[in-house]
Design a protein around this ligand. Structure first.
Ligand SMILES: O=c1[nH]cnc2c1ncn2[C@H]1C[C@H](O)[C@@H](CO)O1
Ligand SMILES: [Zn+2]
Length: 357
């Protein structure tokens, strides 16, 4: 059977669990928004700006990669701007064939021009709703769940966790912490995670990206994370020659803890040397609960289709592997079980059955 082409992958239903709203702005939108608020950009040409983000993010260091967000966050400080970028995010994902996405952002980073935390959340939720409705009219059905992120270097995680719970019936399906990992362990935010567990809420934690096993161990065994944002460094607990798992890696696999792997992003921040050398190959072979994600479409100049196409090229994957990643992601989503099943049985499986032939 011939390898899936990029165009075919784009038409296939895909599920995305790890995508940052402020890492996915369209370059042309950044230029327009910057103009209206007087924000200075490295370039006011959309093409050049797009290339600048990718190059600046290609630093080999998470800290330097994160510096590029000053521009996307800088131009999204009003309700109108947040609404617009959320709507465009929904449209862009839907046009790429994503049928279910969880998109995250940090409300505390959008308060510079006087918005309150609830106003930030409401603007984004309204933008996702509008973009999803427009996409449906164009024939691309997408459902978007929102994750609220707290910045791990800051001290607002409890407040953001409460905000997420407050909006749980309005489209917020989970919570996360992000930002520089080294020096900011997950247990710094233990009170927020314990609160969320008492509320029967869901959360993922960025862990095992720029820092290794202690971060993953804390995220799971102290904080109770449902999923791992990246988690790629779990390979440090696996003997690559024999495939023998250490106790933490065995626990992650036994418990079917989903890994939100983001291949291109990991190459940019130095967590993997190349796509071909990315641990996703090993982790899939060992049948961890692997999912494929974009992380930041702007900084990585990527999309769900592109991430999958890169894996097809590097590892020779076919439709059955792409379906496996997609079903894994849908099983691991934070929406209710019955709603996940509907998407798996009525959208994903029928489409891949046709592709597999
Ligand atoms: O891959 C990442 N690791 C840690 N933090 C990240 C990553 N991608 C984006 N962020 C940060 C920068 C954003 O401003 C923030 C909220 O989306 O999350
Ligand atoms: Zn991320």
């Amino acid at each position: 059977m011939p390898a899936p082409t990029y165009e075919e992958i784009q038409r296939a239903p895909k599920v995305l669990l790890h995508d940052h709203l402020d890492g996915g702005l369209r370059p042309a939108t950044i230029v327009e928004l910057a103009d209206t608020v007087g924000h200075t950009l490295p370039s006011t040409d959309a093409g050049e700006l797009g290339r600048w983000f990718a190059q600046a993010a290609d630093s080999g260091s998470l800290e330097r990669y994160l510096e590029t967000f000053a521009h996307t966050v800088g131009v999204t400080q009003t309700a109108e701007a947040l609404h617009r970028v959320a709507a465009e995010c929904a449209l862009d994902l839907a046009a790429d064939g994503v049928v279910y996405a969880e998109v995250r952002f940090a409300p505390e980073q959008h308060l510079e021009r006087g918005l309150t935390l609830p106003e930030v959340v409401e603007a984004v939720l309204a933008g996702f709703a509008e973009g999803s409705a427009q996409a449906a009219v164009a024939g691309n059905q997408i459902r978007i769940g929102t994750l609220l992120t707290a910045m791990r270097h800051a001290a607002r995680s409890m407040e953001i966790a409460e905000l997420a719970v407050r909006y749980r019936d309005a489209g917020v399906v989970g919570f996360d912490i992000a930002g520089a990992e080294a020096g900011y362990p997950p247990t710094r935010h233990l009170d927020a995670f314990e609160y969320l567990q008492r509320e029967n809420f869901h959360f993922t934690i960025h862990a095992g990206e720029a820092f290794g096993l202690p971060s993953i161990w804390q995220a799971i065994q102290w904080c109770g994370a449902d999923r791992l944002g990246h988690g790629v460094r779990i390979v440090d607990d696996i003997d690559r020659a024999t495939g023998k798992l250490g106790r933490l890696a065995a626990y992650v696999r036994d418990k079917r803890i989903p890994l939100e792997l983001c291949p291109s992003s990991n190459v940019q921040t130095g967590a993997a040397a190349s796509i071909a050398a990315h641990p996703i190959g090993l982790l899939r072979d060992l049948r961890f609960r692997v999912t494929v994600n974009t992380d930041n479409r702007l900084m990585s100049r990527t999309s769900m289709s592109r991430e999958m196409a890169l894996l097809v090229d590097a590892f020779g994957y076919g439709w059955s592997e792409l379906q496996w990643f997609t079903v894994n992601a849908m099983k691991s989503a934070f929406i209710p079980f019955d709603e996940r099943l509907v998407l798996i049985n009525e959208v994903i499986k029928p489409a891949y059955a046709k592709l597999i032939g």
